[in-house]
Design a protein around this ligand. Sequence first.
Ligand code: UDP
Length: 330
Amino acid sequence: MNVLVTGGAGYVGSVCAQQLLAAGHKVAVIDDLSTGHRQAVPRGAVFVQADLADTRTIGQLVKDTGVAAVMHFAAAALVEKSMTDPRYYFEINVQKALQFLHLLLELEVNDFIFSSTAAVYGEPVSTPITEDHPLRPINAYGESKLMFENILHWYHRAYGLRYVALRYFNAAGADGELGEDHQPETHLIPRLLNAALDQAFEFAIYGDDYPTSDGTCIRDYVHVLDIAEAHVLALNALPVVKGAVYNVGHSEGHSVRKVLDAVAEVTGRHFPVRTAPRRVGDPAVLVASSEKIARELCWHPRHSDLKNIVRSAWAWKQQHASGYGPPAVQ
Ligand code: UDP
């Protein structure tokens, strides 16, 4: 199948593009490279640098490559920034995404896999979190993703759009040459690895007074390769499931301290750690129930053991101490 991957130069998008190619699909990537990296686009994929609202370029690409399905990753995804600049988040994640979706419907591309997030749930009222947990996002990022999920739901009912929305928990780990390089880097594991590489890096635990066993926040880390596999399974299942939402998590929680210990063990390095105040908007515990996706799509995370995640991310970080670096000369 010919699959269009938006945001295929980004962290999860590039790994999914790679897995689609490995599964025998043809892949076209669009990315505006505002946060993605040209070097992350897998060889074998057609690449076009384009804004999501550039309907002329995208329309041409869809026609030229015979796109039959879309995986949509291109989005603004920094929680904190979404609180100070919600307008940007709604513009990219809703307005431009909707314009893009309308173009697809016009071109009769009706199969759509959407990169959603656990941030749609907000502060959990029960754990592990199932898909029918209340949806009350506490940041504009989560709200923007939920709005788009709702649009997909209604378009499925009215226009026969077939979609799966995948709500990831904490994406982590690397896949060989493809790893995590955000500017700024806010995520726990890459920040810990930066500290392991560079003693001058100031790593802080954001709060050790949470109501958890060691006082630090608990999250559900899921390997990016397992997330990619969920996308490929979802794509194959579209003719049957037609419209559905699934959590994608390992269903196992690890505290910040536990992740820190795993990083120290895997890297064999010790580095200064201080405790800082809590980060605004961080719930104490976020752990997925992934029973639904296991039952309906036969998805079982194979790479998400914490040590395995850290080992793969460390291998990538050692090769890419400054991330992907400046774009390679074409
Ligand atoms: N965290 C931390 N120090 C850091 C980065 C993150 O203590 O330098 C904590 C953060 O407060 C959260 C957990 O690590 O409890 C995971 O954070 P991350 O930003 O990776 O993912 P999130 O769960 O916020 O999506």
